[in-house]
Design a protein around this ligand. Structure first.
Ligand SMILES: [Zn+2]
Length: 328
């Protein structure tokens, strides 16, 4: 296990974050799972750890990226160039990554602001969304070529013959977990983490189906024969099936909470997000970043409730209000 560090500085948030990367020994060389942000300090930290292990970058044959987010994909272009490793990514994430690194500086902005307004976000808070959309673009890999584009639900990866990538969409459309059936290991990326739940982040660019997909993908891995889960954040853990139950439970409570907030009233996602109890603290004390995350998380739950026929949107002056489906 390697630790790829990075200090995030957006608004008032300045947290040290860590991506856990893994090296799997195979006959022909190492297979690496995930990299860190595209940042010099992060790259140097990984190289130092490889040195300490007596592993040369050139011994890395494969670099498998669990999903396109920059804390996982960021260093892939640099590592590929330095090692000759073949980079593996799912096609559904590669499409997004290409649109991010290939577009102009203000990527994601076109269409973002009307979408944010439709959530009922007041004008004074819109900048938080704009900042989040533009922040971090430089942390993605630039000029990356992918050697193996995975498609569909399951694919073998590497040389060992017992690693397979399982498509687990939700946190991102092409997120994969890597299952080692022989050694009973699951490299879970951000799909299953021991304490936090991965952010489900709808936007004007994503499908309206993310939470449903995520919950289905949790069930897909829940009963794999696994002794140890090796996630990309926090720490490894053993209790996969129980942890999946906890996450499923978290989301059913959240769905119920969102539903409760609509009894007798129509509200925008922004207003509903105020009424939800967030683990990071009270709404009025949250910074802009956490508010953005909270509203998007609320939208993900509203979209699932709408699919289930429990809530219905009502458009008022460009804002999507929600009401309970039975209410007139
Ligand atoms: Zn991550």
């Amino acid at each position: 296990m390697l630790e790829a560090p990075f200090s995030l500085g957006l608004g008032s948030r300045n947290e040290e974050s860590l991506t856990l990367c893994y090296l799997v020994h195979q006959a022909g060389g190492w297979l690496m799972v995930d990299s860190g942000y595209n940042d010099r300090g992060c790259y140097d930290a990984l190289c130092q750890q490889l040195d300490a292990l007596g592993i040369s970058l050139r011994d890395i044959r494969w670099l498998v990226i669990t999903h396109y987010h920059p804390d996982h994909s960021g260093l892939s272009a640099l590592i590929r160039a330095a090692s000759g490793a073949r980079v593996v990514l799912h096609r559904d994430d590669w499409n997004i990554l290409q649109s991010i690194v290939g577009s102009s500086e203000e990527w994601n902005i076109h269409g973002l602001i009307p979408w944010v307004k439709s959530l009922g976000v007041p004008p004074t808070e819109i900048d938080g969304f704009r900042q989040m959309a533009t922040f971090g673009r430089r942390l993605f890999p630039m000029g990356l070529d992918v050697d193996v584009l995975l498609q569909g639900e399951e694919n073998p990866v590497g040389d060992s013959g017992h690693l397979r990538a399982i498509l687990t969409p939700g946190h991102s459309p092409g997120h994969i977990c890597i299952y080692d059936q022989k050694d009973k290991l699951l490299f879970s990326g951000d799909h299953v983490l021991v304490e936090i739940t991965p952010h489900i982040s709808p936007s004007h660019l994503t499908s309206r189906d993310q939470l449903r997909q995520y919950l289905a993908a949790l069930r897909k891995v829940q009963h794999l024969d696994v002794d140890l889960v090796l996630p990309a954040h926090e720490r490894p853990f053993g209790h996969l099936s129980r942890r999946v139950d906890e996450i499923l439970d978290h989301h059913s409570k959240r769905l119920e909470e969102v539903l409760q907030s609509l009894f007798g009233q129509m509200l925008s996602p922004w207003d509903i997000a105020h009424r939800v109890e967030w683990d990071v603290g009270r709404w009025d004390q949250m910074d802009a970043t956490n508010r953005v995350l909270a509203v998007r998380e609320t939208v993900a739950h509203l979209q699932l409730l709408e699919q289930r026929g429990q809530v219905a949107p009502v458009e008022r002056d460009g804002v999507n209000l929600y009401k309970l489906a039975g209410d007139g």
